[in-house]
Structures are given as C-alpha cells and as structure tokens.
Design a protein around this ligand. Structure first.
Ligand code: C2O
Ligand code: CU
Ligand code: CU
Length: 478
C-alpha cells in the first residue's frame, strides 16, 4: 500500500491561516546542499564519549551579496551533527560564547530533567560553560539539539541554534539501510526564513504570535539547494526545524518513498508514501529509490507546489536491496492499573494560547507521573475545525506511543516511538507514556511562538520513596 495523502485535516493546514506566508522559489543560483560535518568527540573510549558543544555567533554567505549574521553550534549556522552510541556514557561540555544566556535542550533524548534535558531551568550564561553526563540508553534515532531559554526559544532557533543528533545502535546497523553519512545518509533540516536588507534576518520585524515564517526555504542552512545523488538509494533524515511551518513534502513524478523511522527510532514496518506532512519538531527518516532515473536526470522535492530542493542524478551502482516487512519490535508496555489519565488541553491562537487554561509558569508543576508507571495522556486541541491550527504536541524526557486519534487508529507512520505529535483541531490524541528518568520536564506546542507564548506546562516524574526538591528558575532569577 502506498499512501498518497497527508493524513492531517486539510482545513487546518497552516495555508488556511490569514498569517500564512507561502514559500516562494528562490531566484538565486542553486547551491550544493550543505552537509553538516560530524562533530568530532574530544575523546572516545570503549565505554565513554566526550564532546564539547559551543553555542557561537557567526556569519554565512547564504545569498549573493552580504553575509547573513547567524548563530550555530560549533559552526556559524545550525551545527555539526552529534553522534551518540547506545550504551555509552556521554560527557558533554556546554559552552556559551553568545552575548546572552542560552540553554542546550536535547529534544527526544531520554535523560533526567530538568538540567541534563536542557530546558529553561538549565541556563548557561554568556562566557560560561557547564558539564552534563548521561548514559545513552535508547534505540537508534534522529534527535536534535536546540536552544530552549524561555521565552526566547523561538528567537534562538530562528538565529540558527538547532542541529541534528544521531543515535546509533546495533539493531539499526544490521538493517539494510543506507548509512554512509554525507553520501547516502543525510540530515535534511527544513526551515524557512525571510531575508531583509543586506541579507539579514529580523526576528522582531517578522514576529507573529502564531509562529514566525519566511518565504524562503532553507535546508541545512542552504538556500536553493541541490544534492548530487551517487547511489540508487538515499536515506533522508527529515527534521522539521521550522518555528511554525508544516512541510508537505512530495517529489516530482510522485516518486514513492519509504519511511523507516519516526521521532524516536525505527518503525515496526516500513511505510510507503508519495506525500508526507511533518509538523514542527517531527522527524521522519525516509529511503528514496532513484532506480528509475539515469545520469543527468533531476528529481525535485516540493513543499506544497514550491520546489525546495533538487536531486541531480549521477552514475550509481545498481542496488536491488529490499526492506524486510518487519523492521524492529516496538515496546508497548501495559498501562499501570489504576493510574490516572492525564488531560492536556491546547487552546487558543495568537496571544491567547494556553495549556489547560493557563499560561506557562516556570515555578509551577502542573502534573506528575510516577517513575515506572505507564499512563495515558489525552491531548486535545480545542481550535475549531474551520479555522484552527494543528498544534504539534511535544513532551520532554520520553518517547511515547500514539494510541489513538479521536478513538481511531493513529496514522500508519505513528506506530513507532514519538516525542512530538500533530493534533488536529477538535481532536483528542491518546498517548501511552512512560519515563526512564526522574525530573521536571516540559510539555508544549512545538510551534515555537506558541511555546514561548505560554502553550506550555511542566510535570514531575517522581519516585515516592525518594522525593526530590528541584531548583526551578523563574523569569526574575534569569
Ligand atoms: Cu524541541 Cu521543549 O522542545
Ligand atoms: Cu524537547
Ligand atoms: Cu500551537
């Protein structure tokens, strides 16, 4: 079966919102897609990996003319790709070389909160550095690192603080997937920007409480990119790294592609598509098979009807690898008998956005879940069908299962582990959630301006036998 639609409720696509900024095809020359370098560990042993991650300012030649002032991790814009191997202890020095405080949030990583997780309670002040340590204890996946200083997360991400994090394990390494980084396995970070005078970005000028957008697609920090295809099969690790934009992806010729992984790792079964929509912060690893093309051909990737990237086909070796029907087993623990069902209501648009009728408060714990329990969380979007938005709901500190959408089966590519799920207007999505670590974590809409605007809450994962006190920041101590 090949799925040919975007699943989500069409009237809720952000194209129907008055503030929607459609993409426009750039008039500037095509550029080779930037492939982020792999961040080299400071040291690696059998059991440990050591990294230094630096948030820094930079400037990049994105367009002809003036360079654009940017921020990035260990580079001018976005960042180097950070690789973790499952089972190893990871030691990271986090260094802030920016003129203001930031945080380093590991989106999708199962680590203790709130400090290691890197949300708003873990500031690193300008000129300072801190250390975190954790065991990488989750399956192979495409995760990401982004800044999370409340309420300036959106601005920091807009300036460039986002990068891919790849977890490897020996389940993934045995599957017949392309995995030659930069050649047939590449991160594809989808963002959009508006260029102002002298090719600069101006977050304040572009501000929209429903999410900042620009008309120009930027992929891995490249404007109008092309990629040279030198293998028949190509693995794309899509990440919606935009502040607000949904990406409705399809290729020329309605070329079929196969999703092999979602946010938290490999899917139980590969899922074939011609069209795929990603909401903010979601990831999808897909394999594209260019077997029907010959050298000199070009395949175009579109978002809606706008070309956003070209694949230039070169000579490649014939590859008749097929994927097994079953890829991996996904954990599906039983819900703890008698456990509460959590309710999360995302309401409003613009400045009115709230979660459970409240705006985010850094000092307030809104919910709790016992470590070891498996519990349902029912996530609702009260926007009305005709002119509401899809709110991408995200939880820190876990990879959950999507149980149902308004009582119906989730979409066919939601049968794996996820940390972000698009919730349609008028819909309730039931999640099954469990945690491996204690801490205070955040849950929020990942339209980043909604998050900064207060559509965010926090919960504690606790152990009744070992109560803990957390030092929670507030706006004033920041
Ligand atoms: Cu992607 Cu609270 O974060
Ligand atoms: Cu997160
Ligand atoms: Cu939202």
């Amino acid at each position: 079966k090949v799925y040919t639609d975007y699943f989500f409720d069409e009237p809720a696509y952000n194209t129907h919102d008055g503030g929607f900024v459609p993409l426009e095809e750039p008039t500037t020359p095509q550029q080779p897609l930037k492939i982020p370098e792999l961040l080299q560990p400071d040291k690696e042993t059998e059991s440990d990996m050591y990294y230094t991650v630096i948030a820094q300012t930079g400037e990049v030649q994105l367009m002809p003319g003036k360079k654009t002032k940017t921020w990035g991790y260990n580079t001018d814009l976005l960042g180097k790709t950070i690789l973790f191997k499952k089972g190893k202890m990871i030691h990271i020095t986090l260094k802030n070389e920016l003129p203001e405080l930031t945080t380093f949030h590991w989106h999708g990583l199962n680590v203790p909160g709130p400090i290691t997780d890197g949300g708003c309670h873990a500031p690193v002040y300008p000129g300072k550095s801190t250390q975190i340590e954790f065991k990488c204890d989750q399956p192979a996946a495409t995760l990401w690192l982004h800044a999370h200083p409340c309420p300036s997360t959106a601005q920091h991400v807009w300036k460039g603080l986002a990068t891919a994090v790849v977890v490897k394990d020996d389940v993934e390494s045995k599957l017949p997937f392309p995995r030659n980084y930069g050649v047939d396995d590449i991160p594809v970070i989808l963002q959009d920007r508006r260029f102002h005078e002298d090719n600069q970005w101006d977050y304040t000028a572009d501000y929209d409480p429903d999410g900042v957008q620009g008309p120009t697609a930027m992929i891995n920090g490249t404007i109008n990119p092309y990629f040279d295809v030198t293998t028949q099969r190509l693995r794309l690790r899509f990440l919606d790294g935009a502040n607000r934009r949904e990406w409705r992806l399809h290729f020329s010729d309605n070329l079929k592609f196969t999703q092999i992984a979602s946010d938290g790792g490999i899917l139980p079964e590969p899922v074939d598509f011609t069209h795929l929509m990603l909401t903010c912060a979601e990831r999808a690893e897909v394999i594209v098979d260019f077997g029907q093309y010959k050298p000199g051909d070009e395949v175009t990737l579109f978002c809606d009807d706008v070309p956003i990237m070209r694949f230039r086909i070169h000579e490649f070796a014939h590859d008749n690898t097929t994927l097994p029907d079953h890829l991996v087993d996904i954990p599906d623990p039983d819900v703890t008998p008698g456990a509460p069902v959590h309710k999360v209501v995302m309401s409003g648009m613009d400045e009115e956005v709230m979660m459970n009728g409240k705006k985010f408060d850094m000092q307030r714990i809104d919910d709790k879940q016992k470590l070891g329990n498996v519990e349902y969380w029912d996530i609702s979007n009260t926007n009305d069908m005709s002119n509401g938005m899809v709110h991408p709901y995200h939880m820190h500190g876990t990879q959950f299962r999507v149980v149902s959408r308004n009582g119906h089966a989730p979409y066919p590519n939601e049968n794996g582990l996820k940390d972000t799920v698009g919730v349609n207007p008028g819909e309730t999505v039931r999640l099954k959630v469990w945690f491996n670590h204690l801490g205070v974590f955040m849950n929020h809409c990942h339209i980043i301006e909604h998050e900064d605007g207060g559509m965010m809450a926090q919960f504690e994962v606790y152990d009744p036998d070992h109560p803990k006190k957390y030092q929670l920041m507030d706006m004033d101590t920041l």
